[in-house]
Design a protein. Sequence first.
Length: 134
Amino acid sequence: AARAASLGLQAVQVDGNDVMAVFQQAGELVTHIRQGGGPRLLHAHTYRVKGHVSVDLAAYRDPAELEAALKTDPMRRAREAFVTAGGDSAQLDRIEAEADAEVAQSMRDADAAPWPDPATAYTDIQTTGEGQWF
C-alpha cells in the first residue's frame, strides 16, 4: 500500500483471508473505477501456507506461525460463514469432491499428453526489441 501511495495510487487494505470482505472491497473499487474514479489498488493481506514450489517443505517456518495462519484459512472461514448462515455443508462437500475429481482428471490428462515439440520453444514469446531476443 505504501508503494502504491508513493506512485500516487490510492490503495485500500483488506483482510485477504476474509472472502466476503475481499468481495465487498473489490466490488466497491470496481464501481469506483468504472465511474471514472481512476485506478486503485486492493492490498489483500494473507499468508502463504505452502512453499513457493512443491519441493519447498517450508522447514524454515515456525510451526506455531503456520498453525496460527491455518486458523484463518480463507476456505475454512468461508465454509464456516456459509454453514452458519444456513448453508448446506453436504452441498459444499459435493462441490469440493467434484473440484478434486476435475483437478485429478486434468493431472491425468496432462501426464498422458505428448511432450511439446522442442522446435516451438522459442515461438510466441513476447519481445520489445527487433529480431531474436536471446
